[in-house]
Design a protein around this ligand. Structure first.
Ligand code: 5GP
Length: 194
């Protein structure tokens, strides 16, 4: 069991509706020493990749991406969620359905921060059905930049996103993959990773 799986078992709370609450260390209160270990592990898994930019999505991805960026020595761009778009300047736009809030958002990135020269590592906190990732990939494709890899902190392997993204051929690295969880019993089972 890795450092993250241990922490999820210790402090994660399984909620009804397939939601794993990790707000005591990941997406409300943030354990920066843990984030640093996460960043180090992403760096190890994407060693040898030519990455010059990290792309994430507000809000929960930002802290993780910023700490990870210190291991890659690259800037972080975060896609902004916009309810209605005031197209000030040139923007790339993609549509994302929120798993946790059950609503649709447009996500935007200014064209000046993403271009055909960029080799992008996409980072996010959770992977469920893959909508957030599809939106981020679409933004990178709109810029004609390259997706070098995708780093996820917690993948819920019983939902469809991971399979869909791997089938598209991307190097997707999830530091913990939850294969099943039970809100009533409070149990979490992780996938063995080599
Ligand atoms: P997807 O777009 O893959 O369906 O969902 C990913 C997004 O939904 C993530 O950016 C994350 O913020 C949120 N999310 C999905 N599942 C969970 C969960 O079980 N717990 C928490 N805290 N966030 C989740």
């Amino acid at each position: 069991m890795n450092f993250l799986e241990e922490r999820i078992l210790k402090d994660g709370i399984v909620k009804e509706g397939n939601v794993l609450k990790v707000d005591s260390f990941l997406n409300h209160q943030m354990d920066i020493a843990l984030f640093d270990e996460i960043g180090k592990e992403f760096k190890r898994r994407f060693a040898g990749k030519n990455i010059n930019k990290i792309l994430t999505i507000e809000a929960s991805g930002i802290g993780i991406a910023c700490v990870a960026a210190q291991h890659f020595h690259v800037p972080v761009v975060f896609a902004k969620k916009a309810k209605s778009i005031n197209l000030e300047g040139e923007m790339y736009v993609a549509e994302v359905e929120s798993f946790t809030h059950k609503c649709k958002n447009q996500v935007i990135v200014a064209q000046k921060f993403l271009s055909a020269k960029d080799h992008v590592l996409i980072i996010d906190d959770f992977l469920a059905n893959g909508c957030a990732l599809q939106g981020l990939i679409q933004l990178v494709q709109s810029a004609e930049a390259a997706v070098e890899g995708i780093g996820i902190v917690i993948e819920k392997g019983f939902q469809s996103g991971g399979r869909m993204i791997r089938n598209l051929g991307y190097q997707l690295e999830s530091l913990a993959i939850v294969d099943s969880m039970d809100a009533e019993k409070g149990t979490i089972v992780f996938r063995e990773q080599g």
